[in-house]
Design a protein around this ligand. Structure first.
Ligand SMILES: [Zn+2]
Length: 369
């Protein structure tokens, strides 16, 4: 097995990645799109056009994340949507699409189809109308929470207040089914995951999460939920952040997260608290391409091979796994899968076909309303 064989599988851009934070990185690290010109090399970021094409990426969910502490989360999310629209208009090889048909069309042209994913139910400010507005602006998934518990859903990394989803939370999920927006269970508590799956009529996604059994971080998905996602026809998209991949890094990161909460309370500034922990984060064990593939194989065993996808979290993570340093690196995963005896159709399912199927199913569920 050689990397060239793996790269051949990537030639028709089979990868559909569930989560990339380039829009937020551009907002905080760059002075507009000329400074973050993806049509040329952008070495300070994990993402640019040539590396996406080299990695075989034909579909990318761009996260329109805004922090939960943002004063006007809905308006700021709309600004991030406008930034992604501008990003895609600026780069002749990128096109923003709204559905599976658009994704297929753009990918067949050898270009990168972008889709919008919003990260955190705080963005809708407790309003079904704002949820509908996000959908009208093209948002195709919403992660129910980010790192903080919100008024209608518990987060994995905050104190639970509701035992999962509230009645309004269930209403949000049903409305997402109706308007064809995927329900994303990354970042939420295990009980919120269970409630979301039980409520949703469409299969759910975890846009950037791994297996809790292999790395015991609350951001990861426990086995009973993996089984339920698989049974409902959904997909769990593996994340490349070392703290969600490597078991020792997960254990250390859980302690660091608690320290981060304490620092936020002490300093009153999430960014300063985050910066104070940068050195400890940099010292975390990283895991390897093989460890990521262990997660893929575990999810395939427990949830089924139809229920695994890829959600790198590139440009949202500040430490990286050797061999998975940027968006050109996906063929390294394929090489490891080939070495372990995976056949090409099963590999293609993980790289993107499973995610495309879930998107199509959510569109059918919406059409039937
Ligand atoms: Zn995230």
């Amino acid at each position: 097995m050689t990397l060239d064989q793996a790269r051949r599988i990537h030639a028709d851009l089979p990868v559909i990645d569930g989560h990339n934070d380039l829009p937020w990185a551009i907002r905080i690290h760059h002075e507009g799109l000329d400074d973050a010109d993806t049509t040329g090399p952008l070495p300070m970021r994990h993402t640019d056009t040539d590396r996406l094409i080299a990695g075989g990426v034909g579909g990318q969910f761009w996260s329109v994340y805004v922090p939960a502490w943002t004063e006007e989360p809905f308006a700021t999310t709309v600004e991030q949507i406008e930034l992604v629209e501008a990003m895609c208009a600026h780069d002749p090889k990128w096109e923003l699409v709204r559905d599976s048909a658009g994704l297929r069309r753009v990918r067949e042209q050898g270009h990168v189809a972008g889709l919008l994913g919003s990260e955190g139910g705080h963005s809708i400010e407790d309003s079904i109308d704002k949820l509908r507005q996000l959908s009208e602006l093209g948002v195709r998934y919403m992660t129910l929470t980010h790192a903080d518990t919100i008024t209608w859903a518990d987060s994995a990394t905050d104190e639970p207040q509701h035992g999962g989803l509230t009645d309004f939370g269930r209403e949000v999920v049903r409305e997402m089914n109706r308007i064809g927006m995927l329900v994303d269970i990354s970042h939420v508590s295990a009980d919120t995951m269970r409630h979301a799956i039980a409520t949703s009529q469409a299969p759910v996604i975890a846009s950037h999460s791994n297996a809790f059994a292999l790395a015991g971080h609350p951001r990861n998905v426990p086995d009973d939920v993996l089984e339920a996602v698989g049974a409902s026809g959904g997909v769990v998209m593996v994340n490349f952040y070392p703290a969600f991949v490597d078991s020792e890094a997960a254990a250390q990161s859980v302690e660091m997260f608690a320290e981060g909460r304490r620092l936020i309370a002490e300093l009153g500034d999430p960014a300063a608290a985050d910066a104070a922990l940068a050195e400890s984060r940099a010292a975390l064990p990283r895991g390897s391409v093989a460890t990521v593939v262990d997660h893929i194989e575990h999810i395939a065993r427990v949830a089924g091979p139809h229920a695994v996808g890829i959600g790198s979290d590139f440009d949202g993570i500040d430490i990286l796994i050797p061999g998975l340093e940027d968006v050109s690196c996906y063929p390294n995963l394929t090489l490891e899968l080939l070495k372990r005896g995976w056949e090409e159709p099963a590999i293609r399912a993980v790289l993107g076909d499973n995610t495309l199927r879930v998107l199509e199913t959510a569109e059918q569920v919406s059409d039937e309303y």
